[in-house]
Design a protein around this ligand. Structure first.
Ligand code: KG4
Ligand code: ZN
Length: 350
């Protein structure tokens, strides 16, 4: 029997096993991460080697540089994850890996590492979507959380409202028609000369600013669950350039505050609209922008008839624990088993 045929049998048997240990690998962007998670929600280790300092001097992630640094980091991150989890390699029941969406070269490092590991340990390999992982991060932070719920998925590459009907069943209710929201945070931060990544910098600066400006909004999407952020981003960029050309002073904190107020108002308003329309009273936020303090505060205040969930900050941004969690629920439903032809994908459907 070849590897995949053997794994099909093992996958079936694993579903019934009492305690399942999954080792997961995440390398879709600029974080090299390996985690060990028991039964989907108990994190035994979650090691994240961030490349932020390396990319900061370029003002953003340089894909080729990211791939090379993943190669340099992955083996030691793996060894550390095993050590911190206090397990031995033979305790690993399955390997889960992010195979998309993300930077192809970066993803390939994780995918190839995970394939080799799964093959050498003779355990199943589970192919996990990065977005699915972000949603699953909430199960780690909230042990009682179960679908169905409405999820606002906001990161550097995504902006969508999803109905999570079950652990592996999603319905897209709305999404951005242009830029992802994290991308806008990063662009606005760049024009304000803040360091990379821009989201946390805007978040910090906005605390000392006032809502002094209104930036244009796309009104054609007002009644839908879709978003458009590129108009607002361009309005901020033009506003700043205009002031600079006239040699006029700009108040960066006021700009950061005004931009962030508008973006977060729209995100909260549309997510609540989806919750009411679908008659689902659990609201969950996922992805890096979900770490935004104003967004979290506004949800807490606005959710009177709903219950609001967000991951603890370390599980909001990229990490491997969330991939193991998603992989666990895929395994339980018999989904995602990959063979050794698995490859990285820049874009994938959830
Ligand atoms: O989920 P993530 O780590 O990676 C992707 O899958 O894209 O998200 C990264 C994005 C970046 O755009 C970053 O600026 C943004 O999340 N971000 C934030 C905050 N923390 C990270 N945006 C707003 N406020 C924050 N506190
Ligand atoms: Zn992410």
């Amino acid at each position: 029997m070849n590897y995949f045929e053997r794994m099909k049998e093992k996958y079936e048997q694993l579903k019934k096993k009492e305690n399942i240990i999954i080792l997961s690998v995440e390398s879709s962007c600029d974080e090299t991460s390996v985690a060990v998670v028991k039964n989907g929600r108990e994190v035994l280790s979650n090691i994240v080697a961030s490349q932020i300092e390396i990319h900061r001097r370029f003002g953003g992630v340089v894909p080729e540089v990211a791939s090379r640094n993943h190669i340099l980091a992955i083996s030691s991150v793996f060894e550390e994850a095993i050590k911190v989890a206090k397990i031995s390699k033979k305790d690993i029941d399955a390997v889960a890996v992010t195979y998309g969406a993300g930077l192809i070269g970066a993803l390939l490092v994780g995918v190839n590492f995970a394939k080799s590991l799964a093959y050498s340990l003779d355990v199943p390999l589970i192919a996990v979507s990065h977005v699915h992982g972000h949603i699953a991060a909430n199960y780690i932070s909230h042990q009682e959380l179960k679908p169905p719920f409405i999820c606002l998925m906001v990161s550097g590459g995504h902006c969508a409202i999803l109905k999570v009907e079950d652990y592996n069943k999603f319905q897209l209710l709305g999404s951005t028609v242009d830029d992802a929201v994290g991308e806008c945070f990063d662009k606005v931060a760049r024009v304000l000369d803040l360091s990379y990544p821009g989201g946390p910098e805007i978040d910090k600066l906005a605390k000392s600013g006032e809502k002094a400006y209104t930036f244009v909004h796309s009104s054609s999407l007002k009644n839908s669950l879709n978003f458009s952020f590129s108009g607002m981003k361009t309005a901020v960029v033009n506003f700043v350039h205009n002031k600079m050309q006239k040699n006029e002073e700009i108040n960066k904190a006021d700009i950061a505050r005004s931009f962030q107020e508008e973006v977060t108002d729209e995100l909260v308003e549309k997510t609540l609209k989806a919750s009411k329309e679908q008659n689902i009273d659990k609201i969950v936020v996922a992805g890096g922008v979900g770490a935004n303090s104003m967004l979290r505060d506004k949800f807490e205040k606005a959710c009177k008839d709903q219950k609001f969930y967000s991951p603890v900050l370390k599980y909001c941004t990229d990490n491997a624990a969330m991939i193991a969690c998603a992989g666990y629920y895929m395994l339980k439903d018999g989904l995602g088993l990959a063979d050794l032809s698995l490859t990285a994908r820049a874009t994938i459907q959830l």
